[in-house]
Design a protein around this ligand. Structure first.
Ligand code: PLP
Length: 378
């Protein structure tokens, strides 16, 4: 929408025009169900196969290892539930709820994270053993942007839990990290179309050949029996288009967005006393600008920002609305007086220099307004 500053790319990204264009024929004349045997069906099947090849190329896996799903949440659920019958699940406390809630429901083991949201390797070590069936550690944290050292995690898991499937939720990684560097370390990996310029309601579970993960959704036997349900052909084609374009642009976009993010966060810390960057830039993805304002309430801040046309969030979108303290910040051990004033700004492909200027102005004004109200009440 014209005039608005969108800084919530971690919640969802605007669709890439090339991805919209790629999906349109499959919403109109090329509408067939790819499971059929006539020429219409064959056309749709070819499109799904081509999309699978493109996705595999970006992940660095085999096409047969790409399973199309309904979303990132489903991919995470499928990886964990599909392995759970063989033993215990383990994950860190800062995982997305799509992982955390599944592990909790199945009486798994939750391990701690450090002050930068990295999994505590000593606690992970202590939680592992031959009875562990699945370990899930996210590649990039959706709230604070921390990048996991998957090499170190994999080393530990292979050594201490040799029977475990190692899953990574890479939903927030696709825009910023080369997935080919992650895939060799894990057995299963989740992606979600709408986090990299594709449509909502379509995801990927990369599932290494020969790995013991039972199907989560059963029925018609699509996706070689690994995920039943009629293919979302338009969504799959658009996801592949968006992922391939993201992969090509990643090096330049990462550098461009990192410098915007550094200017935004640097400007806030310099201009507004009592501002803290939650995780240092070196430890996180380029698009993440997560800051905390001492003594403020995120809800009031978000309201004023929204009035000023700046769209950001407090915790992750899934848990905002209810302004509970973030489980991620709590796991990081951040004091409530800081955590209550957390602001997640997430930048992306459409973010401009002008957006950063507008956000700096709006935030400086909003924080000053809220602090003067508090001072007047005191
Ligand atoms: N995992 C992470 C890290 C996320 O950020 C999200 C979305 O917020 C999901 C999983 C869920 O993805 P989806 O919205 O496709 O269900």
């Amino acid at each position: 929408m014209a005039g608005l500053v969108y800084l919530d790319h971690a919640a969802t990204t605007p669709m890439r025009p090339d991805a919209v264009e790629a999906m349109l024929p499959f919403l109109t004349e090329r509408f067939a169900n790819p499971s059929g045997s006539h020429r219409f069906a064959r056309d749709a099947r070819r499109a799904v196969d081509e999309a699978r090849d493109r996705v595999a190329e970006v992940i660095g896996c085999r096409p047969g290892e790409v399973v199309f799903t309904g979303c990132g949440t489903e991919s995470d659920n499928a990886a964990i539930v599909g392995a759970i019958s063989r033993g215990r699940a383990v994950c860190p406390a800062a995982e997305h709820h799509a992982v955390l809630h599944v592990v909790e429901r199945n009486h798994g083991t939750i391990v701690g994270v450090d002050a930068t949201a990295h999994v505590a390797l000593d606690q992970l070590d202590a939680a592992l053993g031959p009875d562990v069936a699945v370990v899930s550690v996210m590649a990039v944290n959706n709230e604070v942007g921390t990048i996991t050292d998957l090499t170190a995690v994999a080393h530990l898991v292979r050594d201490r839990a040799p029977n475990a499937v190692l899953h990574t939720d890479a939903v927030q990684a696709a825009c910023w990290l080369d997935l080919r560097d992650l895939w060799p370390h894990v057995d299963t990996m989740s992606l979600s179309g709408h986090k990299f310029g594709g449509p909502k309601g379509v995801g990927v579970l990369a599932l290494r050949d020969g790995i013991g993960v039972d199907p989560f959704i059963v029925g018609g036997g699509q996706e070689r029996d690994r995920r039943s349900g009629t293919h979302n052909v338009a969504g799959i084609v658009a996801l592949a288009e968006a992922l391939a374009a993201t992969d090509v642009e990643r090096p330049t976009e990462t550098a461009r967005v990192a410098s915007l993010r550094d200017r935004l966060v640097g400007g806030l810390v310099a201009a507004i006393p009592g501002t803290r960057e939650t995780v240092p830039a070196e430890a996180k993805i380029a698009g993440s600008a997560h800051v905390m304002f001492e003594g403020l309430e995120s809800e009031a801040l978000l309201y004023l920002l929204d009035e000023a046309g700046v769209c950001a969030s407090a915790a992750s979108a899934c848990s905002s609305g209810a302004m509970d303290p973030s489980h991620v910040l709590a796991a990081m051990g951040i004091d409530r007086t800081w955590a209550a004033g957390a602001l997640r700004m997430s930048l992306g492909r459409t973010t401009t220099d002008g957006d950063v200027d507008a956000a700096l102005d709006a935030l400086t004004d909003a924080v000053a307004t809220l602090r003067s109200r508090t001072a007047a009440r005191a």
